[in-house]
Design a protein around this ligand. Structure first.
Ligand code: PLP
Length: 409
């Protein structure tokens, strides 16, 4: 029988972060004492007042379809938020609410990319950007950043990556997987390059904008360059800030109403509106006290400080202190040159990826789940999420120390 699935799926890979989380869960279910550092979601429950607002909405009959692009009241709450927090002004017709930031990004790529157009993606990148661009028949142009640049794109590297086919660039600060945060200065340097290239759109994935530590201020391209506002599309959502991953709510904002309209057209022919009563919960999230976010941030900072300190004591590991999100991305290039690692490579000659090899060793022998850096376009690194209790992190780090010390012997 002929192959039944469509060829376009051959271009993309299953989400590796979801895969490692599922594998760790399966091993746990088999009775293995796995410590998971794979989670891409906060380990806190959604705050009660947000859940109450959604329950009330259910009782009040918000159980039907609504406008494809979202409830007007939620759009108002989003506009107010952007005006008050970031001094960015949007009208309701410049917003679309989608089923997660993920769907907003997917709609966006399908709405703006023509065959062969290029999207600049700094690596390490969030796993889905590259595959989404390929599904839209565009070409991802990966620009490697490294541990020594703090995993941040420089103006020089950006300039070199731009061609006549560049349609867009995507920036993500704080970053998944590195936690890197661009300062106002760094954003301004990138903006200065982009201002010179008038046809390039700027996609700013701000999903971790509120999980920012050490009194840093958040900056994206539209905030640092008035000139670029009109070419920017902001993507954000409720998953990370309010621990609402399962609610599936995100949104996009752009002064270019034709982009928002195109996304709504696509959404209208695919999923229609995001869940109506969930949107009512999101209104409450934005308009009530933000103390729940502060509480979560305090826990993340404590865990980050512990994990970074512990990783910095591991042999062969270089670690940059993440400024935001809940991930840390150690570089293990030095460890990969140790006798122990070279021996491991010899024994597993069929595995060409260093980060997959390390992930497999940690999972099978030390019962620790991490995500291999190759999934994010950086094979000398791995991602650890600290969205897990401090006790778990301590236990997991003991095992990681044991593993790395054994490799480094
Ligand atoms: C960088 C980044 N962007 C977008 C998303 C999408 O999040 P959601 O679809 O839950 O809003 C995620 C989720 O992991 C992410 O890490």
């Amino acid at each position: 029988m002929n192959k039944i699935t469509a060829d376009r799926l051959n271009k993309i890979e299953p989400s590796p972060t979801l895969a490692i989380t599922a594998l760790a869960a399966q091993l746990k279910a088999e009775g293995k004492d796995i410590i998971g550092f794979g989670a891409g979601e906060p380990d806190f429950d959604t705050p009660e007042h947000i859940k109450d607002a959604a329950k009330k909405a259910l009782d009040e009959g918000f159980t039907k379809y609504c406008d494809v692009s979202g409830l007007p009241d939620l759009k108002t709450a989003i506009c107010d938020w952007y005006k008050n927090e970031y001094n960015l002004l949007f009208q309701k017709d410049q917003i679309i609410v989608s089923t997660g930031g993920k769907q907003a990004l997917y709609n966006l790529f399908l709405s703006i990319i023509n065959i062969g157009e290029e999207v600049i993606i700094p690596a390490p990148y969030w796993v889905s950007y590259k595959d989404m661009v390929m599904l839209a028949e565009g070409n991802p142009v990966i620009v490697q950043t490294t541990f020594t640049d703090g995993y941040k794109l420089t103006a020089d590297a950006l300039e070199k990556a731009i061609t006549s086919k560049t349609k867009a660039i995507i920036l993500n600060s704080p970053s998944n997987p590195t936690g890197a945060v661009y300062s106002q200065d760094e954003m301004q340097r990138l903006a200065a390059v982009l201002e010179k290239h008038e046809n390039i759109l700027i996609i700013t994935d701000d999903i971790y904008d509120r999980l920012l530590y050490d009194d840093q201020k958040f900056f994206n391209i539209p905030m640092v360059s008035e000139k670029l506002r009109e070419r920017s599309i902001i993507v954000n959502g409720f998953s990370k800030t309010y621990s609402m991953t399962g609610w599936r709510l995100g949104y996009a904002l752009s002064e270019r109403t034709e982009i928002i309209k195109a996304m709504a057209k696509l959404q209208g022919q695919s999923t229609s509106n995001a869940t109506t009563f969930a949107q009512k919960g999101a209104i409450d999230a934005l308009t009530s006290s933000q103390s729940c976010v502060e509480e979560m941030k305090r826990a993340f900072v404590e865990r980050r400080d512990f994990i970074v300190d512990s990783l910095s004591k591991c042999p062969g590991i270089n670690v940059v202190k993440p400024g935001g999100a809940f991930y840390v991305f150690p570089d293990f290039e030095e460890l990969s040159k140790s006798d122990g690692f070279l021996k491991l490579k010899k024994e597993n000659a069929e595995e060409t990826s260093h980060s997959k090899l390390l992930t497999k060793l940690l999972l099978e022998k030390y019962l620790v789940a991490i995500v291999p850096g190759i999934a994010f376009g950086y094979d000398n690194g791995f991602r650890m999420s600290y969205a897990s209790s401090l006790d778990n992190i301590k236990k997991g780090m003991e095992r990681i120390h044991e593993c790395f010390n054994n490799l480094y012997k």
